[in-house]
Write a protein that binds this ligand. Structure first.
Ligand code: GLC
Length: 433
């Protein structure tokens, strides 16, 4: 782990924030694509963008309380609308007529989150369904126009000019807002697509090498994700809406740097009527699982058009806050357990390589006994992390009980209280020699 990425692996937990004009239709951040909405029709959201309740200090306090150590905000999403005062477009928040008029929403975000001690990053969409030079492709809202019309429109568009526009905007983002920790570019879809489909876009369209060179030249410490279609892509992997079952280990046995990006519900942007919201317990289990496989979790919130986190998001952030208040020691600075450790049934292990402490997250509370293969000789003491109460442990090989005779040699046995602790995920902290 190099010094550039050490903080990221230590932090383990961040907040993603997807916020833009799509909060007004409130039915997914891809609404312009999903409903093939032309610019003129979509402009009704630009004309009505009025986040009168926007106060990123509230957002930052909620993120900090939840135990998040960094936050990444969509400076520009696929719709092309910019939250900051960019000199290269008028399609930006300061140019609207409501509460955002004249305000650089990105600067307020950066100031608020830094004030709470969190690191900050920008999500920047490579796609831009508003920019006049962005050619109509297989994901564009105008993709279903007659092919002749598409060819006519594309003839007047120049992706080299668009790639330069992106470099100009990234220069603004990494010059005017102080130290930035992450640039989260999204996303590449290279190749011709299915027969009859319009092509996608990849590194040659984005001029990805130049983009990364620019980032490195402006702020060399910035972490860049892996979605620029570059071989060996980026500083960290970005599995989305799924999580590794086994840690992705490098040749030296260490775990590759990865960050799972996940949503509370089925949408990144605010979606009023979407109902697939994960429970607070599921969210905590996701965080634990990500770290148990050596990764980070960046959990997304989609603020409303008025600039607030809604009650559903607040409820789940509170669930993180309650659990992290007692259990953050099993997350920060932790990673996958060393190769060869076999998780006990219904558990997830995290491991602090500095303190050599193993954290056993008990997803399925057993009837008293928990067996952890192979740790019988190494474990010296154990306690419930939540209240620091001792958990009695022994080595199955040193037990005369018929129950333990069936265990493999040197299984670590522990006797858990019959009554499951009243926390989202109980954790046993095991001190190994
Ligand atoms: C997917 C979504 C996009 C979102 C991104 C976050 O690409 O389509 O809207 O911003 O995931 O990882």
């Amino acid at each position: 782990m190099d010094t550039r990425t050490a903080w990221f692996a230590e932090a383990r937990f961040g907040m993603f924030i997807h916020w833009g004009l799509y909060a007004l239709p409130a039915r997914h951040e891809w609404v312009k694509h999903n409903e093939c909405i032309a610019d003129e029709a979509y402009d009704r959201y630009f004309d009505r963008f009025d986040p009168d309740l926007y106060d990123p200090r509230e957002w930052a306090r909620a993120a900090k309380a939840a135990g998040m150590k960094y936050a990444v905000l969509t400076a520009k999403h696929h719709e092309g609308f910019c939250l900051w005062d960019s000199a290269f477009t008028d399609y930006k928040a300061p140019a609207t007529h409501g509460a955002a008029a004249g305000r650089d929403l990105l600067r307020e975000f950066v100031d608020a989150f830094r004030a709470e001690g969190l690191r900050v990053g920008f999500y920047y969409s490579l796609l831009d369904w508003h920019h006049p030079d962005f050619t109509i492709d297989r994901l564009h809202p105008l993709r279903n126009l007659p092919r002749g019309e598409i060819d006519r429109l594309n003839a007047g568009r120049d992706m080299k000019r668009y790639a330069k526009y992106m470099r100009d905007q990234v220069t603004e983002l990494l010059t005017n807002y102080g130290r930035i920790d992450i640039m989260w570019f999204d996303f590449s879809y290279p190749g011709p697509g299915k027969p009859g489909e319009l092509p996608g876009k990849g590194r040659d369209d984005w001029e990805s090498e130049k983009l990364v060179e620019l980032v490195r030249s402006l702020q060399p410490h910035v972490l860049v994700d892996n979605r620029l279609d570059l071989p060996g892509g980026g500083d960290f992997l970005t599995p989305e809406q799924w999580q590794y079952e086994f840690p992705e280990r490098l040749a030296d046995g260490s775990v590759a740097l990865w960050e799972g990006c996940q949503t509370f519900s089925g949408s990144w942007g605010y979606h009023r009527d979407e109902a697939s919201w994960k429970s607070g317990k599921q969210c905590v289990e996701m965080l634990v699982h990500h770290v148990s496989r050596g990764g980070n979790l960046i959990m997304n919130v989609g603020p409303t058009a008025r600039g607030r986190f809604d009650s559903r998001a607040k409820e789940r952030l509170a669930a993180f806050a309650e659990w992290m208040d007692l259990h953050s020691r099993s997350i920060y600075g932790c990673t996958a357990a060393p190769a060869g450790f076999v998780e006990g049934t219904g558990t997830r292990y995290t491991w602090n390589p500095k303190t050599k402490r193993l954290y056993v997250h008990v997803f399925d509370w057993p009837l008293v006994h928990l067996a952890l293969p192979g740790l019988g000789r190494r474990a010296k003491y154990a306690q419930l992390l939540g209240d620091g109460s001792e958990i009695v442990i022994w080595n199955s090989s040193e037990s005369s009980s018929p129950r333990d005779k069936h265990c493999p040699p040197d299984t670590l046995m522990m006797a858990l209280p019959v009554r499951r602790p009243d926390v989202a995920v109980p954790v046993v902290e095991v001190f190994l020699d």
